[in-house]
Design a binder for this molecule. Sequence first.
Ligand code: ZN
Length: 356
Amino acid sequence: MKIRGSLLIGLRRGQLKLGGECLSAKAVVTQRGAVLLGDSVACDAFDETRPLRVVTHAHADHLLGLRQSLRSCEKVLMTAATRDLIGVVNGSLPLDDGSVELLDYGETVEYGDERVTLVKADHILGAAQVLVEDSDGGRVAYTGDFRVDGTEPLLGCDVLVVEATYGSPWFKRAFKVDVRELLVSMVEKRLRHGAVYVFGYHGKLQEVMQILHRADVSVPFVMPERVFRVSKVCEAHGMRLGCLALSTESEGKELLDGNLPCVAFYHMNSRRSVGLVGSSRICVSGWEFRSPCRQIGEREHLVALSDHSDFDGLIEYVRRCKPRRVVTDNYRVSHGVTLAREIRKRLGISAVAMPR
Ligand SMILES: [Zn+2]
């Protein structure tokens, strides 16, 4: 059964009776990376005890055991955009076999006495946070991956599971310049000399296309088939990306072979095999904190564009949410322990890293 409407209002905190021990059982990150919420939900990895699987977004480290979930779970919940993106990046998964149920942001599924809602997260197209409420007014939630500025805080949770990618105080991007503007001016300048190669991950590449398109960078965007198909999914879900061309077809080939003005978008994995002779190269990465832009090769630069919150953003999000307890995801990165310690120290909120 689905219900529409906001779940971020009408909190019943007065009804919460859970003590510390009960709270810790309400949200757990398992040794296999599943974020278990309430009694029925496993997020982002398969867990044999849970009838509902939620996929927060289409990045590989959030699709763990998805084939098994599609076989075993009663329902596999995700947004339509996430389903479409998974169909491109992992085309062999049986996403049309009936267990997949698509939810819009703010839409709710009931299971037993629990209600599961996906709430928008600013990360890649289709990304969602997960909120699980029970009939006693208990609320547990998982952020998935997110950037703090565009992500609605999940208020009044008993337990909040938060991602910890940049969970150490070393990971701060306190840049004075606008990284997007810098990226646009770098690309424009280098286009005067021919093709510019941009390397990044799925989702981020399309964000760069969107940034350039909005800034009226009107040269063709050339890309291999998988990047092209991901981009087409993004367009189908409302993103405007510009003029796209396949690198394997004549127009794209001519542009790249002739080093003519165009922007070529390739997955980070192709960095060592394409665009190596004579072209300008830009890698977009969140793992850069010293400066918004750094030269890493003769004609290659790293630009600090991230689709995750930095450390200050993670702390700020928890501060806004004011949960009773925090669990940091210590499975996908190893900074969960540090983040939990900093949340306890800076915010005075009970926090633990899982798995240990
Ligand atoms: Zn992600």
